[in-house]
Design a protein around this ligand. Structure first.
Ligand code: PMP
Length: 428
């Protein structure tokens, strides 16, 4: 496939945008080559500036669970835009989407909307600290919770792809309040709690990790965290920015029947517009300004276009009883197909999957935490990535990212993808 125009556009972008991209994960730094510039997208397909059609397995890094340019979302954004694009005053729409989320997600009474997953996680931590009157937090190596200072300590996603898990600009004072634990290692968490008695406000976790590839929690791990938190007056924060409205209507809390104290959302909740949110019981949420002491705000928070997109998306998911089963079936079909061809072609691999989140690691051992995810063979991944791109299939340009399956994919698309993987993996 030709990417001449994309290369030209990238060269122009590099002159005025750092690295030519507005978010590092879009660059092809880990795999080589230049990023592809998108012109439009519909359903499961991207159409680029060179006129190529690509089957999309990133889907805007998660939000487009029902496909690109999903009609109800597009229609409601267009009709809402005609009524004004921002007021900085309350609208009925905000209450409507809030009530729908509270009805769909277990264990929450109130929700506040923000503009990104980063803001959601950052605000959740401030709220947890204010509520518990404690300073420290525990996060897991390889989990990504956005780019606010407290979280850029051994973060996953782009922060690890580029080898800068500890970003300059994060002060030592901030870093000292973030304690690092190993994903899937309960003993390690228990030790940290013991060593920092009565100092830990919250444990934040991707309850199914997606930023070091997909890593499911081991049996009993989330239950164990819940018990440790309850026993030590620590709030358990589920970062469901990736998993929320993707793995189940009520996210991982519903999927594994575990209660979090605060839940963070992003991606799907905005239907492709910039939306994040955090939610909890009334007791916790009432700690927020204007009724509580913890300050949090936003000029564009609850923006009518963003809320219209999110509401249309959530209504579509809420009204479709079979959607999560369809996503499971399609992704299981893809998984089985990939397993078959990679095994036949004698490739060393591990596939991790939960529902419509799946990742292929080029390593034979189990991938259960950041250390094991980092062992994957990046040279093989590069060949895999560029080989698939050449076949018209777009996966994330980093071995540390999850594929996000959309319901817009047909079984023909999946068969085409499996055949392409067969072809490409013969060249390894
Ligand atoms: N949390 C998780 C689990 C994420 O995957 C991401 C983004 N990939 C974020 C938080 C940050 O969200 P945003 O990029 O919208 O700020």
């Amino acid at each position: 496939m030709l990417y001449k125009r994309s290369s030209q556009l990238f060269a122009e972008a590099e002159k005025v945008i750092p690295g030519g991209v507005n978010s590092p994960v879009r660059a092809f730094k880990a795999v080589g080559g230049t990023p592809i510039f998108v012109k439009s997208a519909k359903g499961a397909y991207l159409y680029d500036e060179d006129g190529n059609r690509l089957i999309d397995y990133i889907n805007s890094w998660g939000p487009m669970v029902l496909g690109h340019a999903f009609e109800p979302v597009v229609e409601s954004v267009i009709s809402r835009a005609k009524l004004g694009t921002s007021f900085g005053m309350p609208t009925a729409l905000e209450t409507e989407i809030a009530a729908l989320v509270v009805a769909m997600v277990p264990n929450i009474d109130k929700i506040r909307f923000v503009n990104s997953g980063t803001e959601a996680c950052m605000s959740a931590i401030r709220l947890a600290r204010g509520f518990t009157k404690k300073d420290k937090i525990i996060k897991f190596a390889g989990c990504y919770h956005g780019h606010s200072d407290s979280f850029l300590i051994q973060a996953g996603s782009g922060a690890v792809t580029f080898g800068t898990p500890n970003s300059p600009g994060v002060t030592a004072g901030t870093a000292k309040d973030t304690l690092l634990a190993r994903y899937n290692d309960l003993e390690n968490v228990a030790q940290l709690i013991e060593a920092n008695k009565n100092e830990i406000a919250a444990i934040i976790i991707e309850p199914v990790a997606g930023n070091m590839g997909c890593i499911p929690p081991k049996d009993g791990f989330l239950e164990g965290l819940r018990q440790l938190c309850t026993a030590n007056d620590i709030l358990l924060i589920f970062d469901e920015v990736m998993t929320g409205f993707r793995l189940a209507k009520g996210g991982v809390q519903e999927l594994y029947n575990i209660k979090a104290d605060i839940v963070c959302f992003g991606k799907v909740i905005g239907g492709g517009l910039p939306v994040g949110a955090f939610a909890a019981s009334s007791a916790i949420m009432n700690y927020l300004a204007p009724i509580g002491p913890v300050y949090q705000a936003g000029t564009l928070s609850g923006n009518p276009l963003a809320m219209a997109a999110g509401l249309a998306m959530l209504q579509a998911l809420n009204n479709d009883a079979a959607v999560f089963q369809r996503l499971e079936d399609k992704t299981a079909y893809l998984e089985n197909g990939i397993r078959k061809v990679l095994t036949e072609n004698k490739v060393t691999f591990t596939i991790n999957r939960v529902g419509s989140m799946i990742s292929v690691h080029f390593d034979e051992s189990y991938v259960v935490d950041f250390q094991s995810a980092a062992r994957g063979d990046n040279e093989t991944f590069k060949k895999f990535f560029h080989g698939l791109l050449n076949e018209g299939i777009y996966i994330a340009p980093s071995a540390y990212e999850t594929w996000f399956i959309t319901d817009a994919l047909t079984y023909e698309d999946l068969d085409f993808t499996i055949q392409a993987i067969d072809k490409v993996s013969k060249t390894f």
